[in-house]
Write a protein that binds this ligand. Structure first.
Ligand code: F3S
Length: 392
């Protein structure tokens, strides 16, 4: 791997031990994946921020670092709402450790925005190179914005944040962004009213695609639907980039033909099959974190109603602070809107044995990471489940 004189200097320890270790990590990654050089990144998003997922060894590793990030860097969701953790039932010992993790990141110069939707906060442009870790954000950045990032591990993203560079391989390269398979979707509406469930579609598509790049035909999703689809595909498979004909910015570069490429059909009936009923104890929405439009949709559905079982909505503090009236509207129903955290990385959902979600990603992760049975439904069905019996 070719390094500049400055990069060699960092590797030699001329800029301190932490920068040397971070450079060593990047060069190691680059060698494993066949990168020829390092490239500058516009921003970084670091996972490994929830104490639930990193534990005391992760915290000890972070505490050993002594350097500052050199590009705008934010965090993945942490294990609790930083302002309302007590009412969410988070144990004080957990909260104390979570604050220690955040304190280390603050010392490293990371902005304490904790969200899986970094594109709401970090201005991100087509063609820019990034070092983002959260799988759903990676899928969104690559597919919907046309920026370029591999799915970084937590330490790799932090190393890139500190050095300001990442190894140039994988999705940073033009030739690695071509589709590998075609998925034709049948029976979804193309505009107009939208009963279609893009999270459930993504869940099915991710199982077909694995870690390949799918090219979709037959759908016209809006950005929040692309977000839901990408998050689900990244969870049920390992999709980091997908194209949608006539919708995503790089789809026009490829006119893939069936024959050379494997081709699959997913029907709306298959997607509906996934949405089958089951009695649940709680409902959780906002995976990935809700946009303002999604909060508005939930507030509309809850207007004039009271929830009969716990309904949790997750968003970023950035979006929450800018949409207080919507949050108040949702909470007037008895539902709760939490920021900084989510249903999967927080311990707060562990007290329930069954949960309903509107997200294909949460559908994939809640059973293993929260130990609860899970049901998936549309946003409307989730609100109906939480308010069932109200007014009767
Ligand atoms: Fe975000 Fe948590 Fe879902 S990190 S994508 S809300 S599992």
């Amino acid at each position: 791997m070719e390094l500049t004189r400055e990069e060699e200097g960092i590797l030699g320890g001329g800029e301190g031990e932490t920068r040397r270790r971070m450079m060593e990590l990047l060069v190691g990654l680059g060698k494993v994946f066949g990168a020829s050089r390092l490239i500058p990144v516009a921003s970084a998003q670091v996972s490994g921020a929830s104490y639930k997922t990193i534990g005391r060894w992760g915290l000890a590793w972070l505490e050993s670092l002594d350097a500052e990030v050199t590009v705008p860097t934010i965090l993945n969701p942490v294990g609790m709402d930083r302002e309302r953790w007590r009412e969410a039932g988070i144990p004080p010992g957990f909260a104390e450790n979570q604050e220690k993790v955040l304190e280390v990141y603050r010392r490293l110069g990371v902005r304490l925005e904790c969200t899986c939707t970094p594109y709401e906060i970090l201005p991100t442009r087509f063609g820019e190179h990034l070092a983002w870790a959260e799988s759903s954000a990676v899928a969104y950045a690559n597919s919907v914005i046309g920026a370029r990032t591999n799915r970084e591990g937590g330490p790799g993203a932090l190393a890139a944040a500190i050095i300001g560079k990442t190894p140039c391989y994988g999705l940073h390269l033009d030739r690695e962004r071509a589709p590998h398979l075609i998925i034709r979707v049948e029976g979804f509406s193309r505009g107009g009213t939208r009963p279609d469930h893009y999270g459930a579609l993504g869940f099915i598509a991710g199982k077909l695609a694995g870690n390949r790049i799918p090219y979709f035909r037959g759908i016209m999703p809006v950005p929040d639907e692309l977000k839901a689809m990408g998050a689900a595909m990244a969870a049920s498979g390992a999709v980091a980039l997908f194209h949608v004909e006539g919708v995503t910015p790089e789809a026009g570069r490829w006119q893939p033909e069936t024959g050379p490429l494997e081709s699959y059909i997913i029907t709306s009936a298959e997607v509906r099959d996934l949405l089958k009923g089951m009695e649940v104890e709680a409902v959780a929405m906002g995976c990935p974190h809700c946009s303002a439009e999604e909060l508005a949709g939930i507030a509309r559905l809850l207007r004039g109603k009271r929830v009969r079982k716990p309904l949790f909505v997750f968003t970023s503090r950035w979006v929450l602070d800018r949409n207080r009236p919507l949050v108040d509207g949702i909470e007037a129903s008895g539902a709760r809107v939490y920021a900084d955290t989510c249903m999967v990385v927080s311990p707060m959902m562990e007290g329930y044995s069954s949960v309903m979600v509107d997200s294909g990603k949460a559908y994939a992760y809640v059973p293993s990471l929260c130990g609860a049975m899970v049901r998936i439904g549309t946003r409307e069905e989730c609100v109906a489940e939480a308010t069932r019996g109200f007014g009767g």
